[in-house]
Design a binder for this molecule. Structure first.
Ligand SMILES: Cc1cc2nc3c(=O)[nH]c(=O)nc-3n(C[C@H](O)[C@H](O)[C@H](O)COP(=O)(O)OP(=O)(O)OC[C@H]3O[C@@H](n4cnc5c(N)ncnc54)[C@H](O)[C@@H]3O)c2cc1C
Length: 182
């Protein structure tokens, strides 16, 4: 199915590395009175493929833009539409960038200390989310496949981190309390 030339090219190809997590400062470029440029997809937000979100994020960009255009009314100017798009999409793109940054560090080498801590963190969240449903949420990599926004995923991840930190402080304080009360 593959030509000999393609096969040779593939075999001789050098491995390359992915770029980091990057987003443009604004989703809108060169905004003027009559129009402007909206930056979508990898051009607006790029990241390694670890969490498999690149195409999904592009589809969301397009869906949000289509929604803004559908609901802006017939008299809305291009400028208004572009500004409305950025206002609606920016928070989710910010959350997506945080998700990707955390996702990249979580998958940093399974054998490294960081990688093992990441796996432990994932396991703890997964197990506790089944016991304390709605109070503790699973790891980001589990939540990205759910039908919820990137902002909501980060909110749940932050709430869980806060609650687990409080639980860790309380658990860690018990031996000290017992010691002091003796
Ligand atoms: C190995 C790998 C695995 C991935 N796995 C997943 C996954 O499992 N799930 C997922 O959701 N995402 C995944 N992604 C990410 C996903 O492929 C990208 O996020 C997605 O393709 C971005 O779409 P895009 O339209 O923004 O950009 P692209 O798909 O890169 O499209 C840009 C197009 O513009 C063309 N172009 C560039 N410069 C010019 C020019 N000057 N003139 C004309 N044309 C030009 C390019 O040739 C290209 O066709 C993966 C990416 C990689 C590399």
């Amino acid at each position: 199915m593959i030509s000999k030339e393609s096969m040779n090219n593939f075999v001789q190809a050098r491995e390359s590395t992915y770029g980091g997590v990057r987003r443009v400062g604004s989703l809108v470029g060169k905004l003027g009175e009559t129009g402007g440029i909206i930056v979508l997809g990898d051009a607006a937000h790029s990241f390694p493929p670890d969490l498999g979100q690149g195409v999904n994020a592009v589809f969301e960009d397009v869906a949000v833009l289509a929604h803004v255009m559908d609901t802006s009314g017939n008299h809305a100017s291009m400028k208004e539409i572009i500004e409305a798009y950025e206002a609606q999409r920016a928070a989710d793109v910010d959350a997506l960038m945080r998700i990707q940054t955390l996702g990249v560090s979580m998958s940093a080498g399974r054998t490294s200390v960081l990688g093992r801590l990441g796996l432990l963190n994932k396991l703890v969240r997964l197990v506790l989310s089944k016991i304390l449903r709605g109070w503790i949420y699973p790891n980001i990599s589990e939540m990205v496949v759910e039908d919820i926004s990137y902002s909501e995923i980060m909110r749940r991840a932050d709430v869980t981190t806060f609650r687990l930190s409080i639980a860790a402080v309380i658990t860690g304080s018990i031996p000290l309390l017992v010691y002091l009360l003796q």
